[in-house]
Design a protein around this ligand. Structure first.
Ligand code: CO8
Length: 263
């Protein structure tokens, strides 16, 4: 598939997807979502990828939400199909077996915030703006915002943001636990890449297992979550990566992980 609405590259185990409709502040239309879905499939199938960074082109927006021009033409049925497709793609993003960093370079509104919420964590520039402004359009969030935001920041913070549709800056987003790190605008990609390189050097088996344990554990009770962790721990202990990691420690050298379950 030729990409027209995103830029997609993979370099040394780190994939980058850049939302690339700057004239519409990178708003999500059906074509962009289809391209995003394909790129995520490619990443999931590529054994060499450890980390994905999502960002927006230009210096104004990460993603300013669903494309309102397109949204305004939908029938209720088309809206349901669009919302379902968005949910499926965002779930795919959340379950991707690599670490996913949202590098938010400006507005992350509506569907843009909802994509960032499905990433493993968010870095943002100082002038980034977050919000779920759908209520200002007479709508509600349709790509998981009513579910993921309260799980991340608590129901009270999420309700205030969603009921008012207001935007908050990066500092406030960090204060409520939505953003991990706030950086000056010129430093965003370098900061994200620094963390990505750090994660990419870890064992792939452990990385996949721990992401799955955290994600699945969060959707269950503590005892079930601990059982999920126990199974995942046993699986990683038997892996070639764990043999290499423990041997390297005992031999006082740096581990070289192959990402293999069996040596
Ligand atoms: N869709 C389409 N075009 C957009 C969007 C958008 N979401 N956001 C901005 N644009 C366009 C503008 O129309 C404008 O185009 P043009 O130059 O042709 O007039 C261009 O981008 C630049 O935007 P502005 O001139 O408005 O720039 P400002 O700096 O003045 O304002 C804002 C920036 C504050 C970001 C403003 O553009 C804005 O409020 N945008 C809309 C934000 C919004 O409401 N997003 C939520 C959309 S709904 C949603 O995401 C629901 C997701 C789930 C859907 C499931 C449905 C079934």
């Amino acid at each position: 598939m030729a990409y027209e609405n995103i830029l997609f590259q993979v370099d040394q185990g780190i994939a980058t997807i850049t939302f690339n409709r700057p004239k519409a502040l990178n708003a999500l239309n059906q074509a962009l979502l289809a391209e995003l879905s394909k790129a995520l499939d490619d990443i999931a199938a590529d054994e060499g990828v450890r980390v994905l960074i999502l960002t927006g082109s230009g210096d104004k927006a990460f993603v300013a939400g669903a494309d309102i021009t397109e949204l305004a033409t939908f029938t209720a049925l088309q809206a349901k199909i669009f919302s379902r497709a968005g949910h499926a793609i965002i779930a795919k993003l959340q379950e991707l077996p690599v670490a996913v960093i949202a590098a938010v370079n400006g507005f992350a509104l509506g569907g843009g915030s909802e994509i960032a919420l499905a990433c493993d964590f968010i870095y943002a520039v100082e002038n980034a703006r977050f919000g779920l402004p759908e209520i200002n359009l007479g709508l509600i969030p349709g790509f998981g915002g009513t579910q993921r935001l309260p799980r991340l920041v608590g129901a009270n913070q999420a309700k205030e943001l969603i009921f008012t549709g207001k935007m908050i800056g990066a500092a406030e987003a960090a204060q409520i636990g939505l953003v991990n790190k706030v950086v000056p605008s010129g430093a965003l990609m370098e900061e994200a890449l620094k963390t990505a390189r750090d994660i990419a050097a870890k064992g792939r088996v452990a990385l996949r297992a721990v992401k799955q344990a955290i994600n699945h554990g969060l959707n269950t009770d503590l005892a079930t979550g601990c059982a999920i962790e126990t199974d995942a721990f046993a699986l990683t202990l038997a892996s070639a990566d764990a043999k290499e990691g423990t041997a390297a420690f005992l031999e006082k050298r740096k581990a070289v992980f192959t990402g293999k379950l069996q040596g």
